[in-house]
Design a protein around this ligand. Structure first.
Ligand SMILES: Cc1ncc(COP(=O)(O)O)c(C=O)c1O
Length: 446
């Protein structure tokens, strides 16, 4: 075991050290070699060192260099050194983070992280929190708490009786709602098509003047950080309207909620802390390894009622039992990496990373504009949408940038126009990475 772990560390170190020297996307021949990992089911044991060597020799070259400094696709964070180290150690611990009795260490670490996260993100300090896989499950968990609470107010116990015959709930979303919210609504039996869509403005923000009448059986799903533009729904107006009607406001803040750590960008979140629940990703802008998200609910009992379980072999406990706040029972100890990330960066380090990435996004936009290309969004955070002229040209340039390998950006269609998306979300991204990427983008586009 000792030698194997040392060998693992050496191989992983080599991978990390080489990440910026290789193409961001794997070469087709490296992807083709992945077949070597297959073959018939192994009938007999193999030497673990050989298993590791095969995985590294064949698997590593076929990975996408998302932890390097020049990956700008989707909204994908890198991995902080302390978070990666904590992930390794937690792997060695192999704790089941479901219950206090199974792992007092990870249960305590989660509690510490909850306090720190509420402080960092300006959320109510005694909120209920569930450590989940990402924002899709965070949306699911928080909206489950909303469903429980609104139906309880109407005299209906959804945990006992399900949704058949339940009083109807109205779900209001913006026209630019993220698909993960719709997926969560589907899983919750609330239906993805049964939503009221509020028209949006040119940046994708919900127009509060277009909100439908609200009541105490309405859930409004607002967004902090549009996946294309980075724009924020006007939470202050939405929450004020919701409060008058006793409606529930849920905020999908997958990456945008991190703006709270920067006094420069926090004003974008005005009113967000008045909501009832929030979903946030930690594998995005906190730069912890996959997978990691957090569901936050102002009233911990709402989340607990929606998620709790009991059985004869489980003793009641007066402590916070992690599995009463998340959909899973057995699960890995995600809180450990969050603890390490926050402990290592501190508030100021986290703020530096967020502000640096936002500055870099603005630099991308300014330079591409100066080179004659159109930036389709107001760059308010870390997202940039670029058009290279005609739809055909934009698609061609994007494909060439992706194939060239210096950097990687994704594509999208923004209000009918094809665009390249640049999302700057990594601790690893230096100004030099931005310069090198711009050089390639501009050369290929001209
Ligand atoms: C605004 C928003 N919500 C939700 C999600 C889904 O997050 P995850 O893939 O972590 O489930 C994303 C991912 O990009 C997002 O940007």
């Amino acid at each position: 075991m000792k030698e194997l772990l040392a060998e693992t560390a050496a191989r992983a170190t080599r991978y990390v050290a080489g990440i910026n020297q290789r193409p961001v996307t794997p070469r087709p021949e490296d992807v083709a070699r992945l077949e070597e990992l297959g073959g018939p089911l192994p009938e007999h044991p193999s030497d673990p060192a050989k298993v590791l060597a095969l995985l590294d020799d064949v698997g590593s070259p076929a990975t996408v260099a998302t932890t390097g400094g020049r990956y700008f696709g989707f909204v994908i964070g890198g991995t902080l050194p302390a978070a990666l180290s904590a992930n390794w150690l937690a792997g060695a611990w192999d704790q089941n983070a479901a219950m206090q009795i199974m792992s007092p260490a990870t249960a305590k670490i989660e509690e510490i992280v909850m306090t720190w996260m509420a402080d960092l993100l300006s959320l109510p300090p005694n909120s209920g929190m569930g450590f989940v896989t990402g924002t899709t499950m965070a949306n699911f968990s928080a909206l489950a708490a909303a469903r429980t609470t609104l139906l309880k107010r109407a005299g209906w116990d959804v945990e006992q009786d399900g949704l058949f015959g339940a009083p109807p709930i109205t779900v209001v979303v913006g026209g630019e709602v993220h698909v993960s919210v719709l997926k969560a609504l589907t899983l919750l039996g609330l239906g993805r098509a049964r939503v009221t869509r509020v028209p949006v403005d040119g940046q994708g923000r919900m127009r509060p003047d277009q909100l439908p009448p609200l009541n105490d059986r309405t859930v409004i799903c607002a967004q902090a950080g549009n996946v294309n533009t980075g724009a924020f729904d006007p939470a202050a107006e939405i929450c004020a309207r919701a409060r008058e009607a006793n409606a529930w406001v849920h905020v999908d803040g997958a990456f945008g909620l991190w703006a709270a750590v920067s006094p420069t960008f926090a004003p974008l979140l005005a009113g967000v802390s008045d909501a009832d629940s929030w979903a946030i990703d930690c594998h995005k802008w906190l730069n912890v390894p996959y997978d990691s998200g957090l569901a936050v609910v102002r009233d911990p009992d709402s989340l607990r009622t929606a998620m709790s379980l009991s059985a004869a072999y489980l003793k009641p406990s007066d402590k916070r039992e992690p599995w009463h706040y998340a959909p899973e029972s057995s699960r890995r100890a995600r809180g450990v990496e969050l603890w390490a990330a926050i402990r290592s960066l501190g508030r100021s380090g986290l703020r530096e990373m967020i502000e640096r990435n936002c500055r870099q996004a603005k630099f991308f936009a300014d330079r591409l504009r100066a080179a004659g290309f159109e930036v389709l969004n107001d760059v308010v955070l870390n997202q940039v949408l670029v058009s290279f002229g005609t739809a055909e040209n934009t698609r061609r340039v994007l494909a060439e940038i992706q194939a060239e390998g210096t950097c990687w950006c994704g594509g999208t269609t923004w209000q009918g126009k094809p665009a390249m998306r640049i999302s700057v979300s990594s601790y690893a991204t230096t100004d030099d990475d931005v310069e090198r990427s711009l050089e390639v983008m501009i050369k290929l586009a001209k």
